[in-house]
Design a protein around this ligand. Structure first.
Ligand code: SF4
Length: 321
């Protein structure tokens, strides 16, 4: 999934720079709001609609890109018809099941669905407990090249894929020729609403925010609708605390989030080394071999999506979890 997230972040970075350059008072292209969290995207599409949806980044989420990689690139490499592959994704929330049913995903490159089944990590635990399986029974396969488990890399950010940090650095370099090291976040109303700014000679060049959880999302939407919006970019996640606190993650026996487990997951995740998406040789290779170049029409079709507005009929498959 890290490779799919690499694509998603790289495409988001390019889109942000493009939007920044095209932004005009009379034709606003900013702020750009992230689109990797299906809980947030569904809310934006089904409830908010215009004027919020034009601000959603059009880059597909890592899960959607993984679907294209498996059912298009991997299927062709294995000389298999995509419908001969059953693609299962393990996710932190139930919203990812609904995301797998988005109608535009299969039509972009192939007729088969990108993900055939999405299981939450909590469901995996249940299945393993019921069938007496342990993690040691699973052999780790490699899909792209021969990445070993100890070579797994992550993106910056613990509870998200680190869109904010990667896009901030890229934009600072690309737009203002500034090299940004460690990011200094400022907490606003609470720890799930933070901002980071790039300043030069007292002038704010870039102001980004991270807003997690519906309380903070409501606040962002309200400000945006009122036209008093100080941010160029917002990383939006529906769950307070981000994906490690997703409702599909393993829970304590009383059904609440298991805080000790959460701290353990944060520790394990933080121990994985960070690799910026630009430095992945696999991704650069795939841009050429799979998509015919980073700016090709094929890359656009495979890596970008469009959004619906409210009032459009819900897919009848939406409710079949
Ligand atoms: S923030 Fe929550 S709803 Fe959004 S992708 Fe993460 S776990 Fe799912």
């Amino acid at each position: 999934m890290t490779i799919a997230a690499d694509f998603s972040i790289l495409e988001s970075q390019k889109e942000f720079v493009r939007r920044y350059r095209q932004h005009r008072e009379e034709e606003p292209r900013l702020p750009m709001l992230t689109s990797a969290c299906p809980g947030w995207v569904r809310y934006a599409e089904r409830v908010l609609g215009h004027p919020i949806t034009p601000h959603l980044c059009t880059a597909k989420s890592p899960q959607q890109i993984m679907g294209s990689l498996v059912k298009d690139y991997f299927a062709r490499r294995q000389n298999l018809s995509p419908d001969k592959i059953f693609h299962v994704i393990v996710a932190p929330c139930y919203d990812k099941k609904l995301e797998a049913l988005r109608e535009d995903v299969p039509t972009a490159l192939h007729s088969s669905r990108g993900a055939d089944c999405v299981l939450t990590s909590g469901e995996i635990v249940q299945i393993m407990e019921q069938s007496d399986l342990s993690a040691n029974d699973a052999v780790v396969d490699t899909l792209f090249g021969d990445v070993k488990e100890e070579e797994v890399r992550r993106h910056e950010g613990a509870s998200s894929e680190g869109y904010l940090a990667h896009i901030f650095r890229h934009a600072a370099k690309e737009l203002f020729n500034e090299d940004v090291g460690a990011l200094t976040y400022r907490s606003l109303r609470n720890k799930d609403f933070q901002e980071v700014a790039l300043e030069r000679d007292g002038e704010v060049l870039l102001r980004f925010a991270a807003a997690y959880g519906f309380r903070n999302i409501q606040n962002v939407v309200l400000k945006l609708k009122r036209g008093k919006f100080p941010y160029h970019f917002v990383e939006v996640l529906a769950c307070a605390g981000g994906c490690l606190s997703g409702r599909g993650q393993a829970q304590a026996e009383d059904g609440r989030a298991d805080r000790a487990l959460l701290r353990q997951m944060e520790g394990i995740y933080a121990a994985i080394p960070v690799r910026p998406p630009e430095t992945s040789a696999h991704v650069q290779e795939l841009y050429q071999e799979w998509l015919g170049g980073a700016d090709s029409p094929r890359a656009q079709a495979a890596l970008h999506t469009a959004y619906q507005g409210p009032g459009q009929p819900a897919s009848s498959r939406d409710i079949k979890w």
